[in-house]
Every structure is written in structure tokens, then in C-alpha cells.
Design a protein around this ligand. Structure first.
Ligand SMILES: [Zn+2]
Ligand SMILES: [Zn+2]
Ligand SMILES: [Zn+2]
Length: 163
């Protein structure tokens, strides 16, 4: 995967191809820098770019297993809290560890409008990546069964369009 900014901002040298750390994180180093595993220091240019930002550890613990939760962002920009013990087995394509996930909802605001489907109130919902939609206040998510519950009415708003 070639990225557009493959130039070191520190010394203007090209970056090396992405490499993977033993813990599975990906980074790119400056071609003028070299990791010395004996001294555990970078020699030469110290610039490096993390390709997957490290998940942020939260001050909350997993309700299932008591381990810390971390904030993760999906490829589509949705935010969720998940258990720090959870992982992904690339070979077997299965999730490992604790499977607790809590989606972080953007903000929601109750509107003075009624749902055209069921007559309940609508809420203005802002997703974690800034998109806005109106949805029915009865809509919910059954975590046990992993299905949407309640009314399914959703109306996406165009960018910049407020209620
Ligand atoms: Zn450099
Ligand atoms: Zn857990
Ligand atoms: Zn409704």
C-alpha cells in the first residue's frame, strides 16, 4: 500500500516500506534511521510513522471480565469501546479474547418531530464521524441478540443541513 506522504518530514528522505513490530503494529521508518535492537535505540533519523494509531486505553473496565477498555475506531470511522483483551486471529479469522464491545454513539438530541412510521419522537443523531441523521427514539440495539430493535425509521441529513 503506497501512501502519498512517503517523505520524512524531519530530513526529507524517503520513508522505508511499512514494517511490522513483533507486537503486530505497523510503522514506517525514515530510510536514514535504523532500529538497533541491541541498544534498543534508533540510529540516525528518529522519525517514524505509526500506521495504526495505538488504541487509547480508557479509565473504564470491561463489565464482562474487568480488564481495561480501549477506544477503537473502525475503518469506517465508527468509535467503539472494546475490551483490551480482545484480538483478532488473522490465520483463523476469528476473534480472540473477550468479545465485549460498546459502540460509542455520537450525540443525540430529541427533536420536536414525530416519526412518520410510528408517531414517536424523532431524535437528531450525530455519528462519531460527524454525519447527522434523524432516527426514531424507539430504535435500539439488542446487545445479547445483536439485532436492531424498535422502529427502523432513519433519515440521513446532507452535510451542513441542521434539523
Ligand atoms: Zn528522516
Ligand atoms: Zn472483557
Ligand atoms: Zn418510529
Amino acid at each position: 500500500m503506497q501512501q502519498s506522504q512517503d517523505i520524512c518530514p524531519t530530513c526529507q528522505s524517503p520513508l522505508k516500506p511499512p514494517e511490522e513490530t513483533p507486537s503486530g503494529k505497523r510503522l514506517q521508518r525514515c530510510s536514514k534511521g535504523e532500529w538497533n535492537s541491541e541498544t534498543r535505540k534508533t540510529e540516525g533519523c528518529e522519525y517514524l510513522k505509526w500506521l495504526n494509531p495505538e488504541p487509547k486505553k480508557l479509565d473504564e473496565v470491561c463489565p464482562k471480565c474487568g480488564e481495561p477498555l480501549i477506544m477503537a475506531v473502525t475503518r469506517t470511522g465508527k468509535k467503539m469501546k472494546k475490551c483490551s483483551t480482545s484480538g483478532w486471529d488473522k490465520d483463523q479469522r476469528v476473534a480472540t479474547g473477550c468479545d465485549y464491545i460498546e459502540w460509542v454513539n455520537g450525540s443525540s438530541k430529541e427533536l420536536d418531530e414525530e416519526c412518520p412510521q410510528c408517531g414517536e419522537k424523532l431524535v437528531l443523531f450525530t455519528t462519531a464521524n460527524g454525519k447527522k441523521m434523524k432516527k426514531c427514539s424507539t430504535a435500539g440495539w439488542d446487545r445479547e441478540q445483536r439485532i436492531a430493535t424498535g422502529c427502523t425509521y432513519v433519515q440521513w441529513l446532507r452535510a451542513g443541513e441542521e434539523e
